[in-house]
Design a binder for this molecule. Structure first.
Ligand code: SAM
Length: 280
């Protein structure tokens, strides 16, 4: 194994700090520093960036991010048992790691970060999806982040990058692809983690676009897409009845047949529909 840093191996860190994994916190740790360095590399050139890491745990990915040259890492961790291990990493990389103890869903990290900012995380999947949706729907665009490099269970990753015509295609795909480039950067088997989860995982990398891919009002697009996919098996003229009384005309104005189903409509089509719905 190549030497990534001068800190003890992660298995020793876990033993010395008694960090037995807790299911309630979604703890499946990455202990192979070659692998965490590889994930960190997916985040792009970190040397001129602050990196926001959510859920560092014993610090495997944190060490990868620092070893790959991150200017500064701000890590938010809910489990205070991990703090001594993270303090050792901070001491090995003076001035480059700040750790905040707390719930990432409740902490606003922006006061502690200097742009440009990239986000990297191996998070419990439910927290990851909630944060992803928040990061994709800020009040203004472009967002605070340049890129997001996030671990998800494979099925969620496929929903983020899906195109029309597939079962995985839905709100998450539209939300992600409207204003960012989204791709699966790595696939990881369950054995990559300690303890291994039941399912395979994928690292998804999203790069924020300067402007949305197609014009649309964010709130209208979100309402249309939610209604369309809430009843994804229905024809759009039925699924979208509540969106506008003359929805059939508006669908036609957007170039969409009222008999189509949500799964068949492209991102461009949904944006055209959002514009048609917002029109007087
Ligand atoms: N990043 C580490 C790694 O790759 O080995 C740990 C990954 S583990 C899947 C998820 C981590 O997120 C755990 O350390 C857990 O304590 C932390 N966590 C869970 N919920 C959190 C929350 N709401 N806010 C911050 N951290 C959280």
């Amino acid at each position: 194994m190549s030497v990534i840093d001068d800190l003890p191996p992660l298995r020793a860190v876990i033993q010395s700090h008694d960090l037995s994994a807790r299911k309630s916190l979604g703890q499946n740790f990455l202990l192979d520093l070659n692998l965490t360095a590889k994930i960190a590399r997916q985040a792009g050139d970190l040397s001129d960036c602050d990196v926001l890491e959510i859920g560092p745990g014993p610090g495997g990915l944190t060490r990868g991010l620092l070893a790959e040259g991150a200017r500064h890492v701000l890590a938010i961790e809910k489990d205070r048992r991990c703090l001594p291990a993270l303090a050792e990493i901070a001491a090995a990389y003076p001035g480059r790691l700040t750790v905040i103890e707390g719930d990432a869903l409740e902490i606003d990290p922006l006061a502690h970060l200097t742009p440009p900012i990239r986000v990297a995380a191996n998070l419990p999947y439910n927290v990851g999806t909630e944060l992803l949706v928040r990061w994709l729907t800020p009040p203004d665009w472009p967002p605070f982040w340049q890129s997001l490099t996030l671990m998800f269970q494979r099925e969620v990753a496929e929903r983020i990058v899906a195109g029309p015509g597939s079962k995985a295609y839905g709100r998450l795909a539209i939300l992600a692809q409207w204003r960012s480039d989204a791709r699966i950067a790595m696939q990881l088997p369950p054995e990559a983690f300690t303890p291994p989860p039941k399912v395979s995982s994928s690292v998804v990398h999203l790069t924020a676009l300067a402007r949305p891919r197609f014009d649309a009002d964010a709130a209208v697009l979100s309402r249309v897409v939610a209604a369309a996919f809430n009843q994804r098996r229905k024809m759009l003229r039925a699924a979208l009845k509540g969106v506008a009384p003359d929805i059939e005309d508006r669908l036609r104005a957007a170039g969409i047949a009222p008999t189509e189903r949500a799964e068949q409509v492209s991102l461009e089509g949904f944006c055209a529909l959002a514009r048609a719905v917002a029109a007087p």
